[in-house]
Design a binder for this molecule. Structure first.
Ligand code: NDP
Length: 322
């Protein structure tokens, strides 16, 4: 039986990363397309996964044997704080429809995408896969976080009651081509890239909110894509895996801004607005479980990944999500 892999959210940042890897890695290699595989990258225009009937029709059309479930209502801090109920309901509906339709149609394996937002606000660091349910998530995104946590709960319940092979991945902050550069809703890297681009274009200063000191782990969407493909082919356990660079590869927001200035070739005035709040200083997650299972894996150096992302943005400014 040929494998049909349905990627929900296939037109977003992470989905485009997977499509790129499948189309660009050598056929038959560890991360490349394998003979007999068909990959489907679905968007919301093909089926609104909040709707059970549209979800069923999508599954009837492609008859997937495997699902990488990325589709979600995603957003930065501002949107998460303002629309908590929408984030909770939309993501609950999407996840329930995808998991239940996968169960009903006999999908062999589902990998759903969580986020490090699922972890408790008050927790000991580094974050690891055993700490998801040990306390309440941060108040700013509790709608999104609770909906994502429930996927892990559902995966266990589907396994216990029906023996389903459903699991999940927990990426840290993702960036890359096809990111969301909308200044209102974007995550930190795409927001700063867009701001720096506008500062260069308009001859205005590039001002970064906060001190630049907080540290974060960023993963390039094309590296993350390979890790999803690995998990699809080589990992069969219900427990999630954190997909991230190591704790020793944290970068500061200043490092990020410096790399963007370089990639955009911005030569104007550049400063930090220290009157703006910084957020948490660090929230490191360990990738020990991933590395112990995958063996050798080479992450793209941060500056190279950022250069590629910025070049993509500059070349696609007219069609990018701005
Ligand atoms: P994007 O916003 O770039 O893409 C979201 C994708 O989901 C799009 O393909 C979109 O389709 C689809 N989608 C949204 N709503 C629906 C719906 N109602 N029905 C069907 N499809 C829908 O998100 P990312 O690629 O960044 O995120 C992918 C996954 O990774 C998500 O589950 C997210 O929670 C997770 N994640 C992301 C992180 C990040 O830093 N970006 C960090 C950690 C986890 P369309 O293009 O048609 O709108």
């Amino acid at each position: 039986m040929p494998d049909v892999i349905l990627v929900t959210g296939g037109t977003g940042l992470v989905g485009r990363g997977i499509k790129w890897v499948i189309e660009n890695e050598p056929e038959g290699s560890r991360f490349g397309k394998r003979p007999g595989e068909t990959w489907i990258f679905a968007s919301s225009s093909e089926a609104d996964l909040k709707d059970p009937e549209q979800t069923r029709k999508l599954f009837q059309k492609y008859k997937p044997t495997h699902v990488i479930h990325l589709a979600a209502l995603v957003g930065g801090l501002f949107k998460n704080m303002k629309y908590k109920l929408t984030f909770l309901r939309d993501n609950n509906l999407i996840n329930d429809n995808v998991l239940h339709t996968s169960y009903e149609t006999g999908v062999k394996k589902v990998i759903s995408c969580l986020s490090t937002c699922v972890f408790p606000d008050k927790v000991t660091y580094p974050l690891d896969e055993t700490k998801i349910h040990l306390g309440l998530p941060h108040d700013s995104n509790f709608g999104y976080a609770h909906a994502k946590r429930m996927v892990d709960v559902a995966n266990h319940a589907y396994k216990d009651q029906f023996g389903c092979n459903f699991t999940s991945a927990i990426p840290t902050n993702v960036f890359g081509p096809y990111d969301n550069y909308d200044l209102e809703g974007a995550h930190v890297i795409p927001a700063l890239v867009h701001k720096c681009y506008l500062a260069k274009k308009n001859g205005t200063p590039f001002i970064v909110g906060g001190t630049g000191k907080p540290l974060r782990q960023f993963i390039y969407s094309r590296d993350l894509a390979k890790l999803f493909i690995w998990q699809l082919r080589e990992y069969d356990d219900v427990e999630p895996v954190i997909l991230s660079v190591g704790e020793d590869e944290e970068v500061s927001i200043k490092d990020v801004a410096d790399a963007i200035v370089k990639a955009v070739d911005f030569r104007g005035e550049y400063s930090f607005d220290t009157t703006r709040a910084d957020g948490q200083f660090r929230k490191p997650a360990t990738n020990k479980k991933l590395l112990s299972l995958i063996g050798d894996f080479e992450f793209t150096p941060f500056q190279k990944a950022l250069d590629e992302s910025v070049q993509w943005f500059l070349q696609n400014y007219d069609t990018a999500r701005t």
